[in-house]
Design a binder for this molecule. Sequence first.
Ligand code: ADP
Length: 545
Amino acid sequence: KEQSERKRGPAIPAGVEKTTFLKALDELSGQLGKENVEINDQPLKDGWYMEHPNTHDAMHVLDEEELVASAVVYPGSTEEVQKIVLWANKYKIPIFPISIGRNLGYGGAAPRVRGSVVIDLGRRMNKILDINPVDHTCLVEPGVTFYALYEEIQRRGYKHLWIDCPDLGGGSVLGNTLDRGIGYTVYGDHWACHSGLEVVLPTGELIRTGMGAMANSSSWQIFPYGYGPMADGLFSQSNYGIVTKLGMTLMRNPGGHESYLYTFPNEEDLAPLVDIIRPLRIGNILENVAQLRHVVQAIAYSGKPRSSYFQGEGQMTDEQVREIARKELKYGDFTWLYYGMSYGPKEIRQYKLDIIHKEFLKIPGARRIDPATLPKTDYFWSRDRIATGIPDLEELQWVNWYPNGGHIAFSPVSPVRGPDATELWRMARSRAAEFGHDIFPAFCVGLREMHLIVECVFNRDDPDSRKMALACMRAMIDEAASKGYGEYRTHLVLMDQIAKTYNFNDHALMKFNERIKDTLDPNGILAPGKSGVWPARYRGRGWEM
Ligand code: ADP
């Protein structure tokens, strides 16, 4: 979708005169080169996943001109990032770093504060600095995507190295890891698998974490802790620094793998199934992030809109959805789908697969689908690729469920227990029904916890549809919080609300975060409001939403 004209004109940062801002941009052009400083005054283009914008959120749940950049700048080195930070301090201009900016569903490339200068690190800082085939590690700049890392490993012929990628492979390894994204091999917890950061602080100093704090370290990518307080956590989901290098561990090719898919017939199978999954997952018989998906999402993978199946109003019932699934998919009658992968040579896999089969079949009507019966276009094969660390793009098909689809997610964390799964499922389902909407829920079991990811698709062109999606998300967040469930990650627009739910001892953690923010970023220039952390200059002045 492409705007015909900008309704509100360029977004100048609040509190800065337009002429001062333009003069400051000229000064920055002098330092970075004119071609690396772009004012954002043209009509906004949403593009699509591969040609995503770096000026705003292509999946905007607010009016598209609300969270927009005033300008986008392209540093080519860590030194240039430092120059930008010093420049922002001089003029008190808010800056917002992105790596690739494909953080769809969480805000894309949009800054939290309208008129911030977006620092697009990925455009020019996109080098794979090291792939170490002996230690099984790599060191990457912000612009390295999962695709790029995968392809370079293939190009070098390192058959023994695997990467781990999320559902969509076009994002930045560094950006996804900082936002605590997950993938689907044994190395799915990206943050847990990183080792070492290089960070430009909001005042322009440069630090390296872990063993990298030793100038001639031999072990930066293999021992994440280093010595003394571990600072890394401060730079994840935060606004305390701009990360310019990330060390990542790589998985060893396990010497064989086999995907499996089980279906379960009834909605009520959820609770006993989750109780079966828990010990298998903690015991590493289920080896990767376990995904339990609902039938409605399975249909939507086809990429066909809801209107091609159903013309009625309101949320579709399980019965309606199952009937479509019976006709459209080759999986028989089902409500839940479990996609998993077993790793290792045949005899090792077989040992685990036999246990899984015996346990899953305790659910009456459970079936294992024979992959040989599935065409190569079946979504099963997309999950198969992803669980072996091969990047893929199929996942987004379901945004076509509603016309002109954007999406936003509600992602609460809970214990891996039947009653918790049922409670969250019931809550998400009934809240969405109140708003007359279908949702796409998937349970992802990390190890001892699971997140229920509830994707809500809305029509970006329809203000009522956007309002509905946001109100629906807000209602779910509040209800979940009242029962002790908090989100693991969220969209820019929901950050303040979620930060407030982390309220132990009169919001003591937020007070601590604010103290760190004010110490590290006295002028409050770096990503103000990210994760609900506002610097002193903005705090309590109406910026929260
Ligand atoms: P993706 O890799 O999926 O394209 P983004 O580049 O949009 O994701 O980054 C995801 C999130 O991480 C955003 O909230 C962004 O602000 C933050 N982020 C990305 N890169 C950096 C960085 N180099 N330093 C600090 N924060 C970053």
